[in-house]
Design a protein around this ligand. Structure first.
Ligand code: XMP
Length: 326
């Protein structure tokens, strides 16, 4: 009989049996899949698992804290956080091309992760038990997709923690391989993970780096983080989280337009709201958000976020638009 309780029990027993007294590593992205996979493995083998979280400085407001504090509090997982904001920002300096940004972020991510991995292996080796396993949050649809060879053209070079080192010295543990997304969320709830993590909407691996059209700088990231936090807060307050698939908030950093505020002329940047509804992100429709909600978001962003004097809504479906702007 399929119950989340049984799935957890079965997986925990199987992982314990497989790993024995050896050790495992898991990369956390802040997303649902890696969090649930890590929580399951932690329940099975406790401190023999070490999780790695790379803080690339491209996360949204509060997300890094969610992993560092809430996830650790809920699971008791052993976590290694690598602060790499400066490294990512200097690698991205002067870069405006979307594919180049994606490649740089993906490349730096793998380098930082591999370095952390090497440190963990060295520490563990000193205590006698080898690290032989890498945990990944692969879901059933990912398994089908990669095995299916459907030949779909790669429109954007996707990057996520699931695509990490093809290191053959590791054996993979993929406890979510037979599950769909909604089942993964249920398993997460069963494991006591915070709702903000379990019901998190999709967020791209390259983070806010691909939601700034133009060069990525710390100042622009901070500005976008403020606007994004306001939009997310208001969408949640309006009870729309389960209705929309996701709502990227995009900063057009190289565009300025004239506005007026108080007695003065302004010359600021536009923020784009990109709310979409979708089943699987392959196609999407733009969400018809209630006007009152749009008004609230627009008023708050233009009042509260310095240098932003205009909010626009993207009403393009996918295709022809993609969900993200880059
Ligand atoms: P697009 O923009 O291609 O996005 O319509 C489809 C879905 O994928 C997400 N996305 C990513 N997810 N790594 C990820 O893990 C990535 O590099 C990436 N790029 C886009 C996007 O948020 C949407 O849900």
């Amino acid at each position: 009989e399929w119950t989340t309780h049984n799935v957890v029990e079965e997986q925990v027993a199987a992982i314990r049996e497989l790993v024995g007294s050896r050790r495992a590593i898991c990369g956390l992205s802040g997303g649902v899949d890696s969090a649930v996979a890590a929580a399951l493995v932690q329940r099975a083998i406790g401190d023999q698992l070490t999780c790695v979280y790379v803080d690339h400085g491209l996360m949204r407001k509060g997300e890094t804290e969610q992993v560092e504090k809430d996830f650790v509090a809920a699971t008791g997982v052993k976590l290694k956080v690598v602060e790499a904001e400066e490294r990512f920002l200097s690698a991205l300096a002067g870069v405006t091309d979307p594919e180049e940004k994606r490649k740089i972020i993906g490349r730096e991510f793998i380098r930082v992760f591999e370095q952390a991995q090497a440190e963990i292996i060295a520490e563990a080796g000193a205590e006698g038990e080898p690290v032989e396993f890498l945990v990944q949050g692969t879901l059933y649809p990912d398994v089908v997709e990669s095995g299916g060879g459907s030949g779909t053209a790669n429109i954007k070079s996707h990057h996520n923690v699931g695509g990490l080192p093809e290191d053959l010295e590791f054996q993979l543990i993929e406890p979510l391989r037979k599950l769909f997304k909604d089942e993964v969320r249920k398993v997460g709830e069963e494991l006591g993970l915070p709702a903000e993590i379990v019901h998190r909407q999709p967020f791209p691996g390259p983070g806010l780096g691909i939601r700034i059209v133009g060069e990525v700088t710390k100042e622009r990231l901070d500005l976008l983080r403020e606007a994004d936090a306001i939009a997310r807060h208001e969408l949640t307050a309006a009870g729309l989280d389960r209705e929309i698939w996701q709502c990227p908030v995009v900063l057009l950093a190289d565009v300025r337009s004239v506005g007026v505020q108080g007695d003065g002329r302004t010359y600021g940047h536009p923020i784009v709201l990109r709310p979409v509804s979708s089943e699987d992100a392959m196609t999407a429709d733009w969400s018809r958000l209630p006007y009152e909600v749009l008004e609230k978001i627009s008023t708050r962003i233009t009042n509260e976020v310095r240098d932003v004097n205009r909010v626009v809504v993207d009403v393009t479906s996918k295709p022809p638009g993609t969900i993200e702007w880059e």
